[in-house]
Design a protein around this ligand. Structure first.
Ligand code: ADP
Length: 226
């Protein structure tokens, strides 16, 4: 059997400020198969963003390890971690997914160049059509509507054709219609084999996902169907 798209084993993350110690993650384990979509829920401060950052290789846990498509991304020097992230992980934020001074097409090509991917996959038009943005490659982010910015952000997060897409409150600032459209695109992406991990307070996200994991105080409290 092939390795899970995401394997996180007993992750611990502590933060210190002055004499205080915050236990952000207390032994969280998680596995996602290719094509699986998991919603991560839990109150503010429960550790969702910290967990996503550790899984995406943006942060290093104090204990435990993460494997992405069978490759360990933790306990490596930052350049090696960044290389693995650029090649295998897509990250989608609530906002700020696009470099403002680049057009949508240039944003997509930039991600591919950073990941050192071959030009063969540089078919920006196909990528834009996949998110419903046909013909908008030449637009700067400020020339797009809010809904188009969200779609473009997703196209950029997927520009490296990642095994894993990690999203932190991706629909937090979107109207209901745009949220529905983005959830439809995430479902399509999962159906195409990407493992999708979304932290969100949105009930619509939890309903749309295949599985829900609830975090509380840095621990997995419960898991259930989406
Ligand atoms: P959530 O995403 O569920 O809101 P976070 O992962 O952002 O939770 O935070 C979990 C806990 O870790 C919180 O108590 C938060 O204040 C703390 N925390 C997160 N990042 C840092 C940091 N860089 N420095 C200090 N404390 C942090």
């Amino acid at each position: 059997m092939s390795a899970p798209a995401i394997r996180a084993e007993r992750l611990f993350r502590f933060f210190h400020s002055g004499d205080d110690e915050v236990l952000a993650l207390r032994g969280v384990s998680l596995r996602l198969a290719a094509g699986e979509w998991l919603a991560l829920t839990g109150p503010s401060g429960s550790g969702k963003s910290t967990l996503l950052a550790c899984i995406a290789g943006l942060d290093e846990p104090d204990g435990g390890n993460v494997w992405i498509a069978g490759r360990r991304i933790t306990r490596r020097p930052e350049p090696a971690r960044a290389r693995l992230r650029a090649r295998h992980v897509g990250v989608l934020y609530q906002a700020g997914n696009l470099l403002e001074h680049l057009t949508v097409a240039q944003n997509i090509r930039f991600v591919r160049r950073v990941a050192r991917l071959q030009r063969g996959g540089d078919d920006v038009d196909t990528r834009l059509a996949a998110v419903g943005l046909d013909g908008r490659g030449g637009a700067l982010p400020r020339e797009l509507s809010g809904g188009q910015v969200a779609r473009a952000g997703l196209a950029v997060a997927l520009a490296n054709d990642p095994a894993v897409l990690v999203a932190d409150e991706p629909t937090g600032e979107l109207d209901e219609l745009t949220e529905r459209a983005i959830l439809g695109l995430l479902a399509a992406r999962a159906a195409a084999g990407t493992a999708v991990l979304v932290a969100s307070h949105s009930r619509a996200v939890a309903r749309a996902a295949h599985r829900v994991v609830h975090l509380h105080d840095g621990r997995v409290l419960e898991t259930g169907e989406g």
